[in-house]
Design a protein. Structure first.
Length: 335
């Protein structure tokens, strides 16, 4: 009797990377580890490797997103590399078009441009990046501007992205609320929901996106990618142990502390208050954690319930070998 194929077999798996730093490690060591991780993902057949833009966060080394994309794309073979995302209010659309047009020219057919409208930082850092506090309100117009700059020359534009023009780098809209879901639907763009840190509006956002979707030149039907926190290990008990690294980091985040990756601990008891535990659990509400069978069952349930087209996982384990092992487990459960 043949074994039934999993519904996960045809769902692409991708990775979202924050270049997490262990305390005491250097930026150079961290980014080298990110490359080794990306190479393993490339070898195993993952679809995308995206960097998230964050600023002024000791413990996260992914602020110069486009530079890192070039580093990874130049040292891998097949995997698509991109931004998940570029926080557009921090950058002039022309600069983004030139950077990603350059990347697409160097690594044709492998570059993605995910866009968000959050600052990716605190308010003070946001002001240091961008003096115009109203930029986030102009996000829809700036997305249009980027699409024009990356599209074919229309014979009228006074300002052109060279490189960039005619590259048609795929644009994705990222969101944790309903705004980006509505905009992605209006523009006929693929949509990524940030379930890895903001599960609250998941169902509403996907429903709005699918309901209001208008076909476009780039997409004829809705395409949903869901971000999920992943803790994959050889068994449920090990996953529970390894997952304390993520919990410690979210705890540091809510306390306003630095975000270094800390080694896993046997128990979180005594490290947090009941209120903090509730907050961390809510933050990681969509976390997929466990051994192979548990992970497989959880992902199949999500696909059945939400019909997502692709998953993109954060995989913030302390040990590089454990991070790589998590990737192997994910690919094994697709069979």
């Amino acid at each position: 009797m043949s074994q039934q194929t999993s519904i996960l077999a045809d769902i692409p798996f991708s990775l979202l990377e924050l270049a997490p730093m262990r305390q005491g490690s250097t930026v150079g060591e961290t980014l080298h580890d990110s490359l080794q991780y990306a190479k393993e993902a490339d070898r195993l057949g993952f679809n995308r490797f995206w960097f998230a833009e964050h600023h002024n966060m000791p413990g996260i080394a992914s602020s110069a997103t486009s530079v890192l994309i070039g580093y990874i794309a130049g040292n891998t073979q097949r995997i698509r590399v991109g931004a998940g995302g570029i926080m557009l209010p921090n950058h002039a659309p022309l600069v983004v078009a030139e950077q990603f047009g350059t990347l697409e020219s160097l690594y044709p057919g492998r570059i993605d441009l995910g866009l968000g409208r959050a600052p990716g930082s605190d308010q003070m850092t946001s002001r240091a990046l961008n003096r115009d506090s109203s930029r986030a309100e102009k996000f829809p117009e700036e997305v249009s501007e980027l699409q024009t700059l990356l599209g074919p020359y229309n014979g009228r534009q006074a300002v052109r992205a060279i490189p960039g023009e005619g590259t048609n780098v795929p644009i994705w809209l990222l969101g944790s609320s309903l705004f980006s879901a509505q905009l992605a639907a209006q523009r006929g763009l693929p949509y990524v929901f940030a379930g890895h840190f903001a599960p609250r509006f998941l169902y509403d956002a996907i429903e709005i996106y699918r309901r209001d979707f208008k076909p476009s030149q780039v997409l004829d039907k809705p395409y949903v990618m869901l971000g999920l926190p992943l803790i994959a290990a050889d068994n449920d008990e090990e996953a529970q142990y390894l997952g304390t690294t993520s919990k410690q980091r979210i705890l540091a985040l809510i306390r306003g502390h630095e975000l270094w990756l800390k080694p896993p601990v046997e128990t979180m008891d005594g490290l947090w208050s009941e209120q903090e535990k509730t907050y961390v659990d809510n933050f990681l509400g969509l976390s997929v954690s466990g051994g192979p069978a548990t992970i497989k069952h959880r992902l199949e349930m999500i696909v059945t319930e939400l019909g997502v087209d692709e998953f993109i996982f954060t995989n913030d384990l302390y040990d590089l070998d454990k991070r790589k092992r998590a990737l192997q487990i994910l690919m094994e459960i697709k069979k």
